[in-house]
Design a binder for this molecule. Structure first.
Ligand SMILES: [Zn+2]
Length: 257
């Protein structure tokens, strides 16, 4: 894959640590690694469209921070990737392989995350099912199940960790062979909201808040929009008000400055 993934980071067959963090290249993964006290991290190269940019970001951060990062190529899920970049049941595939390596598998899902495979109920059921199947106690969980994405970034900022490294992460689901975020996808909207709510500016090819899907709700309520983006209504509204977009009401559409 042209990103310089070093084969000596492939984990298959290495000693199993007590816990492992399923890592992507985004904000949540990077903050989770700090939040959990710098555990062993595992990245699955899934053959999806974001893998080059995602891995480049992760590899840069791993070198800067000394992240013990293992890379697995056991799964090729690219053919199941939907148009919006979502891979259905992605988390289930990853957890099934990660549990061979550790008794605690940390996934990264925030409050109101999209995807039924990243809900707290799913994590509890998975823990039970896998524990029964493998005959030992396995815990599957997210450190951020009760935190919004905005709160996750706030925690990072409160630790006085470098903001530049947060911006170095990769969240875009439509990257177009560049590290610049498009500003026109769900990943970019989520990134913008969490950063803006913490007073952090990050570059986007196009301003996320000018995307009509963020500005106008076509009669949908904000809580529905929150579900679309996997955000809590309050953090979405807070970010929009920071750029002069009024909160929506059932009767009225949103307006921008
Ligand atoms: Zn994007």
């Amino acid at each position: 894959m042209g990103t310089g993934m070093s084969s000596n980071r492939t984990t298959t067959g290495t000693a199993s640590p007590g816990e492992i963090l399923l890592c992507g290249g985004g904000i949540d993964s990077f903050v989770a690694w700090h939040y959990l006290g710098r555990p062993q991290a595992l990245y699955f190269d899934l053959g999806d469209r974001n893998r080059d940019q995602e891995y480049r970001a992760l590899d840069t951060l791993a070198r800067r921070h000394g992240i013990r990062l293992a890379v697995s190529r056991e799964l090729d899920l690219g053919s199941w990737e939907l148009q919006d970049g979502v891979i259905p049941l992605r988390q289930l595939h990853l957890v099934a392989l990660a549990c061979h390596r550790a008794d605690t598998v940390w996934c990264v899902a925030v409050k109101r995350n999209r995807g039924a495979d990243k809900s707290s109920v799913t994590f509890e059921r998975l823990s039970e099912l896998i524990s029964q199947a493998v005959g030992r106690q396995v815990r599957v969980d997210s450190p951020f199940r009760d935190m919004t994405k905005t709160e996750v970034v706030r925690w990072y900022v409160d630790q006085s960790l470098p903001v530049d490294d947060l911006i170095c992460t990769h969240s875009c689901m439509k990257p177009k062979n560049t590290l610049l975020h498009c500003g026109r996808c769900v990943g970019c909207v989520r990134r913008w909201v969490a950063l803006a709510n913490n007073g952090i500016e990050a570059p986007f090819a196009e301003d996320p808040w000018r995307w009509e899907q963020v500005q106008e709700d076509d009669g949908r309520h904000d809580d529905q929009l929150g579900s679309v983006y996997g955000l809590c209504i309050e953090e979405l509204q807070q970010a929009r008000s920071s750029v002069g977009i009024r909160a929506s009401s059932p009767e009225g559409r949103l307006r921008s400055r």
